[in-house]
Design a protein around this ligand. Structure first.
Ligand code: TYM
Length: 335
């Protein structure tokens, strides 16, 4: 693996809590492969984060493996990037504890994702759900990441990461690189097809979410049923949440601007537009799905990659952690 000093560092992760969605793909994963050429990239399966919501152990294990196969199918090249499992790198939990002690309750209270998730999982509002952004800060800071490619919903966590890193650097001396979140122009917030004022999410059960492994028929059906308005014109405008969302999806995949899309569908109805969106989505996912099947058939290969990637990640993460331990004053009897 090439490791030039000049290359900037990228880190990102997705929770393997189910099948990934079109939102995960367009908001994050799709950029990752493109960044591999210019950056030193670390891509992890954020499995420690996943247990903030109860998982069925056997399904969870399987989802982890499947998510690794999806990363590869999306073009993550283990020769160029380090692909690893968060739970195999103990430094994540270790740094998270230290950073917990440098994060204020007031800061955590402001996290909108916590407020949102605690309403959705009322019977299981645990401490992990609350301190989750600190674990995310540890993920990023351990690798001295410059850039963190994510969807819009994660930007608040990125702000917290920066604040905690700056606070720590001030309290001691320069320890962490201050990272920056990177979002796409289009696709950074894909909305649910059935409730287009809400984010498309893995946990939605109805037809509002397109999963990356959905067949063409399912994709076409979900998009055909997508909630729109009665205006009938394909045009990006305030309040036209459903159409704006479909235009964002279409734009993110084809690279066409909103103006181009408006001209392309001038005088045509929503039916034609939806069919076109369905085609490009199904086509994009279809290519990826055949790669996915190929990787899924090679369990030994994926396992070996995860073992090697996690070792490489551990080596880098341990270096930052020992620096932190030294700075906060933990006694080291070996020195
Ligand atoms: P997660 O697993 O919820 O989502 C993974 C990535 O997908 C993006 N995303 C979306 N983008 C556009 N539209 C949507 N509807 C949509 N839904 C999800 C998310 O913004 C994210 O980039 N906490 C993170 C995982 C994580 C992480 C990290 C990310 C843990 N540690 C360190 C970056 C760096 C999460 O739960 O993402």
């Amino acid at each position: 693996m090439e490791n030039t000093v000049a290359k900037k560092v990228v880190l990102s992760g997705i929770q393997p809590s189910g099948t990934l969605t079109l939102g995960n793909y367009l908001g994050a994963l799709r950029n990752w492969a493109q960044m591999q050429e210019d950056y030193l990239c670390y891509y992890m399966l954020a499995d420690l984060h996943t247990i903030t919501v109860r998982q069925v152990p056997a399904e969870f294990r399987q989802n982890c493996f499947k998510t690794a196969a999806i990363y590869l199918a999306a073009g993550i090249d283990p020769q160029k990037s380090t692909l690893f499992l968060q739970s195999m790198v103990p430094a994540h939990s270790q740094l998270a504890w230290v950073l917990d002690c440098y994060t204020m309750m007031g800061e955590l209270n402001r996290m909108t994702q916590f407020k949102d998730k605690s309403t959705r999982h009322e019977d299981h509002i645990n401490g992990g759900l609350y301190t989750y952004p600190v674990l995310m800060a540890a993920d990023i800071l351990l690798y001295q990441a410059d850039l963190v490619p994510v969807g819009k919903d994660q930007l608040q966590h990125l702000e917290l990461t920066r604040d905690v890193a700056i606070r720590f650097n001030h309290a001691y001396s320069e320890t962490f690189k201050i990272p920056r979140g990177l979002t796409n122009e289009t696709g950074a917030k894909i909305m649910s097809l059935s409730e287009p004022t809400k984010k498309m999410s893995k946990s939605e059960m109805g037809d509002g979410t397109i999963f990356m492994l959905d067949s063409k028929d399912v994709v076409m059906r979900k998009i055909r049923k997508a909630v729109t308005d009665s205006d009938g014109e394909v045009r990006y405008a305030e309040g036209k949440h459903g159409i704006n969302n479909l235009m964002s999806i279409y734009s993110a995949i084809t690279g066409k601007s909103f103006d181009d899309i408006e001209s392309e569908f001038a005088g045509k109805g929503y039916g034609d537009f939806k069919a076109a969106v369905g085609e490009v989505v199904a086509d994009e996912l279809g290519k990826l799905q055949s790669e996915y099947e190929r990787y899924m058939a090679d369990k030994a290969y994926i396992n070996q990659l995860l073992i090697e990637g996690s070792e490489r990640a551990s080596y880098v993460a341990r270096k930052t952690l020992s620096k932190v331990y030294r700075k906060v004053g933990f006694y080291d009897p070996t020195k």
